[in-house]
Design a protein around this ligand. Structure first.
Ligand SMILES: C[S@@+](CC[C@H](N)C(=O)[O-])C[C@H]1O[C@@H](n2cnc3c(N)ncnc32)[C@H](O)[C@@H]1O
Length: 215
């Protein structure tokens, strides 16, 4: 039977500390519900600690670029990317959650964001072509996605493209996943290096997050 669950059968029920050493995940991330996304991802105070426009500008995003946001959630980073890339660019907002793809479609229509395209994926397959993206974003998802999703990220990104990874610092913060599930900067870079990504830059992305740029 095919399901949306990304945990390979051999890992089911295996606690994080006993997984294969090459498995970077501290926890199993799942398809989010609309209710959870509206409560957490759309929290009114969120923009105070994470500014998507500042992140995109710092990463070098410009008009006309093609962006793939993997694990786009309710569009916190995808819609600002759509404003920056403008009518000559495109943003594919990818998520494994059918509920959130519906939510993204509603928001795309309500905002008239014609250049933002919601794309329903599975952990093993993102239905987009090879070498399509100038930028690929992983925001608050790397700690929970399997290797198959990272292989897809590498396939979709242009050889000259840039991967942007934003994630929670591995320290206690208000909100966010449990600290033991988070990745340090070094662990995140190592997980991405296994899929052919080399570090280019890293910076503080607000009080609770770090950002990495890789190519
Ligand atoms: C913590 S939320 C982050 C959402 C968004 N990036 C943000 O920062 O607002 C994680 C999102 O990733 C999605 N997700 C989980 N595993 C995934 C995978 N393997 N591929 C794509 N999306 C995934 C979930 O459904 C959820 O919407």
């Amino acid at each position: 039977m095919t399901t949306d669950k990304e945990t390979p059968a051999r890992e089911e029920g295996i606690p994080p500390g006993h997984r294969h050493p090459h498995d970077h995940r501290g926890m199993h991330e799942e398809a989010w519900t609309r209710e959870r996304a509206e409560a957490v991802l759309d929290a009114p105070d969120r923009a105070r600690s994470q500014d998507p426009f500042v992140l995109w500008r710092r990463a070098g995003l410009n008009a006309g670029a093609v962006v793939v946001d993997v694990g786009a959630g309710s569009g916190f980073y995808a819609f600002p990317a759509g404003e920056i890339v403008g009518p000559t660019g495109r943003v594919y907002a990818v998520d494994v959650s059918a509920e959130l793809i519906e939510l993204l479609k509603e928001r795309t229509e309500a905002r008239g964001a014609a250049n933002v395209r919601p794309v329903h994926s599975t952990p093993e397959r993102i239905p987009l072509g090879d070498g399509l993206a100038d930028f690929l974003l992983l925001a608050n998802v790397l700690h929970g996605v399997p290797s198959s999703t990272l292989r897809e990220a590498r396939r979709i990104l242009k050889p000259t493209g840039r991967l942007v990874n934003v994630d929670w610092k591995k320290e206690p913060t208000p909100g966010g996943p449990p600290v033991e599930a988070r990745l340090t900067v070094e662990e995140a870079e190592a997980a991405l290096a296994r899929h052919g990504f080399s570090p280019i830059d890293r910076w503080d992305a607000g009080p609770y997050h770090y950002a990495l740029l890789l190519g």
